[in-house]
Design a protein around this ligand. Structure first.
Ligand code: ASP
Length: 540
């Protein structure tokens, strides 16, 4: 079996070890240069005044005149939900209070500057964010602050890391579409007859559905056990996530629309995963139906195309350690670490549930259904898993997932080319689980909100749909959470605070998403080619 690194003649450190070193090194460098939060030297005073109609305007201003936080609340109920201590003192007339522990945080990316403000009163922590594409576009009152604290060496390293990481991501994106097309067509056309395709399709969907439901169940059990939201701090405000108005039906119909491209060339150019997958599958199936010389010619052509794409993919993933290093520096140096403490129980619940699903449930399936050693299989998949962790994108990881599954784990191209691209888009165990835990956390932390068992079932079903609808890109799960929140009548704003820790959780859930797709390959391959599945195909 080939190692997934181009052979250079001299002995090389195996790719997964290189990536592991990059992962650890990146984390250490990121933590060392993390500038931390910048304490505000101002003394900050907040005011609440009645606004138009039932609204209440909340402002927090420093002695220097800087406005750190501004928000119009819809009603006294919203005040109670977001700022209970203030709600207690609110009589409907102007109210002043001191903010006890405000902090600022600067995140510099190559294309934008973000300043984040966190207020930490006895009972609440809230986050608001200001961003601009360059320093001169920041609101004027923020510019002196930025000049004083921004642009340090650590921030330059962060910006450079982001840039390098993004370059690596571009390379991966560059090969993803041609790789999916050539691999799917080769895989489906290579199945030989359509009955075999039908069986593979059925088994794949059954696997996706089973593991997603298991993941959600694990998540719900864990959150009911840990109860992270009881007495937890919810945001008084914060960024809103785009895409939150979409209804469940809207998302579902959109998904169906997306599966049938009116113009496949447009879908290719646009990178519409689902459209491309449908068209490639249909094309492959029709190659089987057509048969004869035409089928032979096309099979040979797409096989050759696929071989070349695979060669290019391997050359690019040899750069994965650099990409992973850059991403880890970026991810760890830009996190406001303080917020982690506030949300420790919530993060723990998500992490534990993901851990149980990834380390107990899925390996048991690999062991007993795929009849392979889960440990060896995980080792074979490690380059893909670590890349998923650092990039937080199933789509971007796809080229690595495909090469690891085929070249290192010995799964046939027929199986992987079918299970993986579709899985990257619709099989997201980690995301489904995360949706369930996060929404239950928000429900527990929302004063006066009671989520019945029936409500939890609604969460489970909508979390499943949200995970199917989520794209394999960073933070997609957070955007999709809006439909779950809406389904049970929770405020979308409650997402405000969990955004701050979403990157880390996204990294973890994306790894589980990719791991589940990979385990699906091992399982389905066992039934497609029982005699060929080789448990000791790991070469490094
Ligand atoms: N980032 C995840 C993925 O690419 C999706 C999500 O945000 O949950 O698989």
């Amino acid at each position: 079996m080939n190692e997934a690194v181009p052979q250079t003649g001299k002995k090389k450190i195996p790719l997964h070890i290189q990536i592991l070193i990059a992962l650890i090194l990146g984390t250490v460098i990121g933590l060392v240069i993390n500038p931390g939060e910048i304490p505000i030297s101002d003394s900050v005073t907040g005011t609440l005044v009645p606004g138009e109609g039932e609204t209440i305007v909340l402002t927090e201003t420093g002695d220097s005149g800087l406005v750190y936080f501004e928000k119009t609340l819809d009603s006294a109920d919203q005040l109670k939900g977001g700022f209970p201590s203030l709600a207690e003192s609110w009589t409907g007339e102007k109210l002043e209070y001191a903010v006890s522990n405000p902090n600022l945080y600067i995140i510099e990316e190559p294309s934008k500057i973000v300043i984040r403000y966190t207020r930490d009163q006895a009972d609440r922590s809230a986050v608001s964010t200001y961003s601009a594409s360059r320093a001169s576009e920041l609101p004027p009152q923020w510019q002196p602050f930025y000049e004083q604290h921004g642009g340090g060496i650590s921030r330059k390293i962060t910006a450079a890391s982001k840039y390098i990481g993004d370059l690596f991501l571009r390379l991966l994106k560059m090969i993803t579409i041609p790789l999916i097309v050539s691999s799917l067509i080769t895989g489906v056309a290579g199945l030989g007859d359509t009955r075999q395709f039908g069986r593979m399709f059925g088994r794949t969907l059954l696997y996706y559905a089973t593991t997603s439901v298991l993941a959600i169940t694990t998540g719900l059990l864990m959150v009911n056990l840990v109860n992270p939201g009881i007495g937890a701090l919810l945001p008084g405000g914060g960024e809103m996530v785009a895409g939150q108005d979409e209804s469940l039906t809207g998302i579902f119909l959109g998904l169906l629309n997306n599966m049938i491209p009116s113009n496949p060339v447009h879908a290719l150019a646009n990178g519409d995963f689902l459209s491309i997958i449908t068209f490639s599958i249909l094309f492959g199936v029709c190659i089987i139906f057509t048969g004869g010389k035409s089928a032979e010619t096309l099979r040979n052509f797409f096989q050759a195309f696929f071989d070349v794409m695979m060669r290019l993919t391997m050359a690019i993933i040899a750069l994965a350690p650099i990409g992973v290093l850059a991403f880890m520096i970026y991810a760890t140096s830009t996190q406001g670490l303080g917020i982690f403490l506030t949300l420790a129980w919530y993060m723990l619940a998500v992490a534990l549930a993901l851990f149980v699903h990834a380390v107990v449930v899925l390996p048991l399936m690999v062991k007993f259904i795929a009849k392979r050693s889960p440990w060896e299989f995980a080792q074979a998949m490690s380059p893909a898993l670590m890349t998923a962790f650092s990039t937080a994108s199933s789509n971007a990881t796809l080229p690595l997932t495909m090469t690891s599954v085929e070249k290192r784990a010995g799964v046939s191209n027929q199986t992987s080319s079918f299970v993986l691209p579709l899985g990257a888009t619709i099989n997201m165990d980690g995301t489904a689980l995360y949706e369930a835990v996060a929404v239950l956390f928000i429900a527990q932390a929302t004063p006066g909100f009671e989520l019945t068992l029936g409500g939890q079932v609604v969460v489970a079903i909508t979390a499943l749909l949200a995970s199917v609808g989520a794209a394999g890109i960073p933070h997609a799960g957070l955007v999709m959470m809006a439909i779950v929140l809406q389904a049970v009548g929770l405020p979308l704003e409650a997402q405000g605070i969990i955004i701050a820790v979403d990157r880390v959780l996204d990294m973890a859930r994306t790894t589980v998403n990719v791991w589940s797709d990979s385990c699906g390959c091992a399982i389905i391959d066992q039934y497609a080619n029982p005699q060929e599945a080789s448990p000791d195909a790991v070469s490094a």
